[in-house]
Design a protein around this ligand. Structure first.
Ligand SMILES: *[C@@H]1O[C@H](CO)[C@@H](O)[C@H](O)[C@H]1NC(C)=O
Ligand SMILES: *[C@@H]1O[C@H](CO)[C@@H](O)[C@H](O)[C@H]1NC(C)=O
Ligand SMILES: *[C@@H]1O[C@H](CO)[C@@H](O)[C@H](O)[C@H]1NC(C)=O
Ligand SMILES: *[C@@H]1O[C@H](CO)[C@@H](O)[C@H](O)[C@H]1NC(C)=O
Ligand SMILES: *[C@@H]1O[C@H](CO)[C@@H](O)[C@H](O)[C@H]1NC(C)=O
Length: 561
């Protein structure tokens, strides 16, 4: 098969993309380095965060298209990963918890790496790419998705053990777990092992030749914050601040609230006797959680830096597309919430950085380093230029067609309305044009869909992560450029059907005045009028409820609006 490739020319620092006739160069296929961070919201330098130090990701971003409005389809690891790796929404993977394998439970869907593998790529998985366990048949979907058995770092076995030195000097299974790495079992940490293995694989594919797709799933900043202790020094506690909106807003429907059960299970948090479900966590501990999260991000950034500098040193950078993203975000105390498990932006919004050598950056000159490692502890840490900002609203289901098209493969066709029997199709849209074009006007009407299941109307122990059989309510959420609208409706887990007319609660946040999503105006008497106004500058022809119905039939919602 002749690979067809969107390539264009790089002309005096201005990218020219002819809209309907992509210029095809015969440079062939690009390798893919796909980096996924676990639970990372875009609190990184290149997204404008003033505190977090992420020089290596910032350097990558300076040579990339940076999507500022990218959203996950469900803010929890297993469902989000299965969704973006198959390019189907959770209503089509039928995975809302961690307890089924889509190939037998929903449909035998072709995955992103499997597609590359079928096109002659060597596909490799390091760390957490698929969610482990039943969700990927205890094999990370090997051998379907991968050419070689996926790698898991041995030191991950100690991740949740009592290895964190507590304030009492004893070892605990704590949330806050800044450690002396040389004192850890195996004297290393999982993400360090991931980097070493990924570099080893790069060396080996360089020798064997042929195109490769290497997915590297970093575990941080996921809890526990088991990180090298020196990274805490970057974030003095006295410099930490609380979330700007740390209180539970009065208009927050109880069904929307996630009671952060995973955090409560850690020993240091247990000893605080925090009341269920609303807490709050004592303010000084909130500051420490934020400090540790930021430090975990800097530690993960250092791993990304090691990996990218190795790619560069092996001479592979000029032929490798690098994509950096996360499975979902993480609330750091906003509206009194922590962790993921909700439909708010803090939980659903993710970083998405796409680097295509020679296209999103100038071609690498001979002898020039594309990604020199940046030591965050150095006093002269460089500041990097912003990458090309893409403001359009996009979704993680878009990754599969986007990476295919940019890599030089034919993107999968759009899914038909019911796609359970269709192996290869996408519920997303290729973003190749947005990645490559400078001056294409963003589609201001684009929207992102997310959803979250609940077992009940009020927060319970299992509200964050109900088993499929216990799901009674589904929160379907739409994010446009100017509002977030969520409806919590009755859901039947036996038939996977939502009853869109049985609304338990609704949320409407108008982002121009309320970017943090703290003032729910759904019950506002004005809300009908507000929605009416909104529909004026959107091409909405019927009620939101009808649009959301499309979710439930597993269709390509965007195309049907
Ligand atoms: C699922 O699809 C894969 C290829 O994608 C194929 O090898 C396998 O036989 C299929 N399984 C079933 C049960 O159809
Ligand atoms: C899941 O793994 C089991 C055990 O290795 C294997 O027998 C089974 O065929 C796998 N399922 C699919 C759909 O490949
Ligand atoms: C880390 O632990 C090693 C071995 O116990 C010790 O020699 C070293 O001083 C410790 N480093 C720090 C910074 O505490
Ligand atoms: C902490 O804040 C002070 C005062 O704003 C600032 O000078 C210092 O650089 C900050 N420290 C770090 C490590 O960011
Ligand atoms: C937490 O509760 C336990 C048992 O009720 C009690 O012994 C302990 O003193 C409490 N700790 C704090 C910090 O309030």
């Amino acid at each position: 098969m002749m690979p067809w490739t969107i390539r264009t020319w790089f002309n005096a620092s201005v990218l020219i993309v002819t809209c309907f006739s992509p210029v095809v160069l015969s440079k062939g296929r690009l390798n893919v380095l796909f980096i996924i961070s676990d639970d990372l919201r875009p609190t990184i330098g290149c997204y404008g965060d003033p505190i977090v130090k992420s020089p290596n990701i910032d350097q990558l971003a300076s040579k990339s298209s940076v999507f500022h409005n990218a959203y996950a389809q469900q803010a929890v690891c297993g469902p989000s990963r299965t969704s973006f790796l198959t390019s189907r929404r959770p209503d089509t993977t039928r995975l809302y918890d961690f307890n089924s394998y889509w190939r037998v439970h929903a449909g035998n869907y072709t995955t992103l790496p499997q597609y590359f593998k079928s096109q002659g790529y060597t596909t490799m998985s390091v760390g957490k790419v698929f969610h482990p366990g039943i969700a990927s048949n205890h094999s990370d979907d090997y051998p379907y998705s991968w050419s070689v058995p996926p790698y898991h770092p041995p030191s991950f076995a100690y991740e949740k053990r009592k290895v964190c030195r507590g304030d009492d000097g004893k070892l605990h299974a704590n949330l806050l777990c800044a450690v002396n790495v040389t004192e850890m079992p195996l004297k290393t940490l999982p993400d360090m092992e991931n980097t070493a293995e990924a570099v080893r694989l790069l060396k080996s594919v360089k020798e064997t030749g042929g195109p490769f797709f290497l997915a590297v799933g970093y575990y941080k900043p996921h809890i526990p914050f088991r990180i090298p202790q020196e990274f805490l020094e970057l974030y003095p506690l006295e410099n930490m601040t609380l979330a700007p909106d740390p209180d539970i807003p009065s208009g927050l429907p109880p069904v929307a609230y996630n009671p952060w059960a995973d955090i409560r299970k850690r020993e240091d948090v247990q000893s605080l006797n925090i009341s269920f479900p609303y807490g709050p966590i004592p303010k000084d501990f909130q500051l420490r959680i934020r400090q540790h999260y930021f430090a975990a991000v800097s530690y993960m950034d250092a791993q990304v830096g090691r990996l990218l500098s190795a790619l560069d040193e092996l001479g592979l950078a000029k032929d490798t597309m690098v994509v950096f993203t996360a499975d979902h975000g993480w609330s750091l105390g906003e509206h009194g919430e922590w962790a993921k498990y909700s439909n708010f932006d803090v939980a659903t919004r993710v970083p998405l950085i796409v680097h295509v050598p020679g296209l999103t950056s100038a071609p690498q000159k001979p002898g020039e380093q594309a990604f020199p490692f940046v030591d965050v502890f150095s006093h002269s840490v460089r500041k990097f230029a912003n990458g090309r900002a893409v403001r359009e609203i996009v979704e993680l289901v878009d990754l599969f067609p986007t990476l295919s098209e940019l890599g030089g493969l034919k993107p999968p066709p759009p899914c038909p309305r019911s796609s359970f029997g269709v192996r290869l199709c996408t519920e997303g849209t290729s973003l190749a044009r947005s990645v490559l074009s400078f001056h294409l006007r963003p589609n201001s009407e684009a929207i992102a869909y997310s959803q979250y299941p609940r077992p009940s109307d009020t927060p319970q122990e299992d509200s964050d992560l109900p088993f499929l059989a216990d799901i009674r309510i589904m929160g379907y959420s739409i994010r446009s450029c100017d509002y977030r609208y969520t409806l919590w409706v009755t859901f039947d887990p036996a038939s996977f059907q939502a009853n869109m007319t049985d609304v338990h609660a609704g949320e409407l946040y108008l982002l121009q005045d309320d970017p943090g999503q703290d003032r729910n105006v759904y019950d506002d008497r004005e809300h009908g009028r507000v929605l009416g106004k909104l529909s004026g500058h959107h091409h909405w022809t019927s009620t939101l409820t009808q649009h959301l119905l499309y979710f439930n039939s597993g269709s390509k919602a965007k195309g049907l609006l």
